[in-house]
Ligand binder design. Structure first.
Ligand code: B12
Length: 159
């Protein structure tokens, strides 16, 4: 069957093409020189519980490390956290690096406290979307929301 079929079983989410069943694979990490580790552990737990194959790079992750891990894991999504306020600088150019590495179309998500202080989130989101991110989350977002987005986005990409 040429169509990709989607399957929910035992709480895990996977997509099926021909006879292969593939779990959604997600590379997760805190970008730059950022050491905030707690949210990363929670995201790992939530995404694993959702049935995703999670490659968690932890804290202080460079763009190069995100890209290399995504290539190695044939990831569907890179989920970037940034808490310390330098997210915009740290994330700039990540989409281009993905494209150069053959990861065209990989989903890029960013969340946390992406910029310094309390800036209008609509403006922050706009800048991240212009940088090539697919989804941008304001501080304190419930990770469950992004689980639904990941399922939706990867599903539509593979139709
Ligand atoms: C604990 C803490 C620290 C600890 C971190 C210890 C550790 N190893 O984790 C220490 C003391 C080291 C620290 C240091 C610093 N910190 Co600090 N820290 C905090 C604090 C109090 C809590 C962070 C936390 O654990 N939150 C709990 C977790 C569960 O929430 P979370 O991280 O936000 O993650 C959740 C969501 O945001 C969301 N999420 C996160 N990422 C993503 C990504 C995606 C894709 C999605 C969907 C969702 C998502 O889901 C997560 C799980 O629910 C916050 C203030 C606060 N109340 O948030 C400041 C805070 C983050 N720190 C701040 C700052 C400024 C610093 C320092 C720069 C201070 C300094 N001058 O040295 C340094 C930076 C050090 C570094 N290189 O990273 C600021 C950042 C301000 C900004 N962005 O404008 C904050 C907001 C405090 C403040 N109000 O000023 N910090």
């Amino acid at each position: 069957m040429s169509l990709l079929l989607y399957r929910f079983y035992w709480g895990s989410f996977s997509y099926e093409g021909m006879n292969n069943v593939k779990k959604i694979t997600l590379v997760l990490g805190v970008i730059g020189a950022d050491v905030h580790a707690v949210g990363n552990k929670i995201l790992d737990y939530v995404f694993t519980q959702a049935g995703f194959n999670v490659v968690n790079l932890g804290v202080m992750v460079s763009q190069k490390e995100f890209v290399e891990a995504a290539v190695e894991a044939a990831a569907d999504v890179i989920a970037v956290s940034s808490l310390y306020g330098h997210g915009e600088i740290d994330c700039k150019g990540l989409r281009q690096k993905c494209d150069e590495a053959g990861l065209a179309g990989i989903k890029l998500y960013a969340g946390g406290n992406l910029v310094v202080g309390k800036q209008d989130f609509a403006e922050v989101e706009k800048r991240f979307l212009e940088m090539g991110f697919d989804r941008v989350y304001p501080p304190g977002t419930d990770p469950q929301l992004s689980v639904e987005h990941i399922k939706h986005d990867v599903h539509h990409q593979n139709l």
